[in-house]
Design a binder for this molecule. Structure first.
Ligand SMILES: O=C(O)CCC(=O)C(=O)O
Ligand SMILES: [Fe+2]
Length: 228
């Protein structure tokens, strides 16, 4: 992957709040293909995609896998092994370098964003229409990482999602933004604890060249890289 600057000619950025920046159309097609292939390679093996459940037993409406360190909705980061005995595969260096560079590029537009070196990544796959993720905060990383506001780098690939975010749990007061294939959303600093969720995944919105060059199933792939 070669991603040293905002290289896509049609790339742009949008500041959504202090510490929240959306890099639109940031990921080249080649890098999107590479990321899909990385997820597929590891996703089919031990520690690969599965359907996590809440404490209540209800399934989340997505498939998930982790790199670097296991996270699940019940044990958070506490259990190193999943209930099937598997461990998270190590975080591929391409993803580490991609996330670090994305933050560096974002810092040119947003000085208050802290740097970070990711060591964990949660990968979600959402089916179109059915897939979603309830409103939550990402607050299971180390207290040091959270206190310093080290950013979460969120990569979107495949179908477009409606993403809800803001500083309150009150859904009526939240903002909405569409996350499309190739977008990178970064939230850190003062906004590391924003509430966020995925309300909808729109079917048949994956760019055609991505479908032609990968075996991506219909749906949306999201990777969130974090520093534990
Ligand atoms: O799919 C997304 O855009 C968000 C994922 C997310 O918030 C998470 O995995 O914590
Ligand atoms: Fe999250």
């Amino acid at each position: 992957m070669n991603h040293n600057r905002l290289r896509n000619r049609s790339a742009s950025y949008e500041i959504l709040g202090s510490g929240v920046i959306l890099l639109k159309n940031y990921i080249s097609l080649k890098d999107q293909v590479d990321i899909v292939n990385i997820c597929q390679k590891h996703g089919a093996g031990p520690g690969g995609f599965y359907e996590p459940s809440h404490q209540s037993g209800a399934k989340l409406r997505l498939q998930m896998m982790c790199f670097g360190r296991n996270w699940d909705p019940v044990t958070k980061y506490k259990e190193c092994y999943r209930s099937d005995g598997s461990k998270a595969p190590s975080l591929p260096y391409e993803l580490i370098s991609f996330a670090k560079t994305s933050v560096q590029n974002a810092q040119r537009r947003m000085k208050e964003l802290p740097s970070m070196c990711p060591d964990i990544c949660i990968v979600n796959f959402y089916s179109p229409v059915y897939g979603r993720l309830g409103l939550h905060q990402d607050r299971d990383e180390s207290s040091d990482s959270l206190r310093r506001g080290l950013p979460v780098v969120s990569i979107s690939i495949g179908d477009t999602a409606e993403f809800l975010y803001g500083y309150t749990r009150n859904k009526d007061k939240l903002d909405k933004v569409l996350l499309q294939s190739g977008d990178v959303l970064i939230f850190g600093g003062k906004s590391r604890h924003i509430f966020h969720g995925v309300t909808q995944v729109f079917p048949n919105t994956t760019p055609l060249p991505l479908l032609q060059q990968t075996a991506l199933r219909p749906g949306r792939l999201n990777l969130t890289l974090r520093q534990f």
